[in-house]
Design a protein around this ligand. Structure first.
Ligand SMILES: [Fe+2]
Length: 265
């Protein structure tokens, strides 16, 4: 499997590019608007065809690039069925499967951070892309966007901690430089939600966090409900944004832009 963990330094967001080596089909999980050019260039360099731009949930801290990736590359946008996203191509139900080339991701509904959160599980590779429901030694907040601490507790305990112990956990963020974990590691060291804690203790801890209001929330949530494609008025204010692959290649002064542009992925 082709695997690239990508990082957005402003929001400490991880995006994941997964590719099937033989067919060159790929998916990108939790893209970030500001990293659109980086991701288009990488897809080109690795000669991958983006089949799906997937979301683990409607993010409050950054705007997704999914809609623009669809415009530029013709991929499908896939989100959890309960996410509320209005212009996705595929609404993913619990137990659904996302196929790209010869690989597949199983969709596991893991509400609690938002009610539409899903985890993508690659059973063959032993990997789970958890978004914000399970972070390394922590978990996503539960104080807005239909957040529900008891529900998150149940999602982690019954849907994620029941995966094989050596399953790798690939989270949506990390703020301390950690890049991955495993189910066994989180059962042992995730003090918020370890098997020693009960649901009432967890709810109490989450209630006491007193976190700041996310800086980008008022922009990010409405935009992400439309796959990151903001309203016409906002587009006009920003000026026309280039979204084609050709524009991205030119913008970065790639000498081989013409060759790339002529090459249809
Ligand atoms: Fe989130």
């Amino acid at each position: 499997m082709i695997f690239r963990q990508l990082f957005d330094p402003e929001t400490s967001t991880y995006s994941y590019l997964l590719g099937d080596e033989s067919t060159r089909q790929a998916v990108l999980i939790d893209s970030v608007a500001e990293q659109f050019d980086r991701d288009v260039l990488l897809l080109r360099e690795l000669e991958l065809e983006l089949a799906y731009a997937l979301e683990t949930h409607v993010h409050a801290d950054h705007v997704t690039a999914s809609g623009r990736l669809r415009e530029a590359l013709g991929c499908k946008v896939g989100v959890g069925a309960l996410s509320g996203v209005t212009n996705a191509d595929v609404l993913l139900e619990d137990g659904g499967v996302v196929r790209y080339g010869e690989r597949e991701l199983r969709v596991v509904s893991t509400p609690g951070h938002t009610n539409g959160c899903v985890t993508y599980v690659d059973d063959a590779a032993g990997a789970a892309f958890t978004g914000d429901v399970l972070l390394i030694r922590g978990c996503g907040r539960t104080d807005f966007q239909q957040g529900d601490a008891a529900e998150l507790f149940s999602s982690v305990r019954t849907r994620l901690f029941t995966l094989p112990d050596d399953t790798r956990i690939h989270p949506g963020h990390d703020y301390r430089g950690r890049m991955m974990s495993t189910v066994a590691e989180e059962k042992r060291f995730n003090l918020r939600i370890s098997p020693d804690r009960n649901v009432d203790e967890f709810v109490e801890v989450m209630r006491g966090l007193d976190l700041a209001y996310p800086k980008k929330m008022d922009v990010a949530v409405p935009a992400n409900l439309q796959s990151g494609l903001v309203s016409d008025t906002q587009t006009a204010e920003r000026g026309a944004e280039a979204v084609s692959v050709a524009d991205v290649m030119e913008r970065h002064g790639r000498q081989d832009a013409e060759a790339w542009v002529g090459y249809s992925i």
